[in-house]
Design a protein around this ligand. Structure first.
Ligand SMILES: [Zn+2]
Ligand SMILES: [Zn+2]
Length: 145
């Protein structure tokens, strides 16, 4: 069988990690915190159980930033790559930026989250569910195409 582990790293390589499949979820996050912290229109994250996440190198170079009352984001202190998000709402899982992985994971993006907070220039016509609300994955009352 194929290896169920996938490696990832920051841009400069100081921080290396690996995750074990299967993942829990994958989706595009349009929240304003993701927009600012990544300098991007939206960020594609996936989640894994904490027990399937392993930081291999770079612990001392990983900078943690408390980005909300429940969330802590971490990035490489050398190159600035945004890497992980941990939330007290889901203490047993780690959110990982898909773009930092070195090989495919086990699922494609499944939904747009916080879609009602999206950047004005974003058009999403990929057919995926567009969710939002106060916590991100709630149905949006009005379809905001
Ligand atoms: Zn780096
Ligand atoms: Zn977000």
């Amino acid at each position: 069988m194929s290896d169920t582990r996938v490696a990832g790293s920051c841009l400069c390589g100081a921080i290396r990690f690996r995750i074990a499949l299967p993942t829990l979820f994958c989706g595009h996050c349009h929240c304003t915190i993701c927009q600012r912290s990544h300098g991007a229109a939206f960020v594609t994250w996936f989640a894994v159980p904490r027990s399937q996440f392993h930081l291999e190198t770079g612990e001392t170079g990983l900078v943690r930033f408390r980005s909300s009352d429940h969330g802590t984001r971490s990035f490489c202190g050398r190159c600035g790559s945004s890497l992980f998000c941990e939330s007290s709402r889901h203490p047993d899982q780690v959110d990982v930026v898909l773009a930092n992985m070195e090989a495919p994971i086990d699922r494609p993006p499944e939904a747009h989250l916080y879609f009602d907070d999206r950047a004005a220039w974003v058009k999403a016509d990929d057919g995926l569910p567009r969710l939002g609300g106060g916590t991100g994955p709630e149905p949006i009352a009005r379809d905001v195409a």
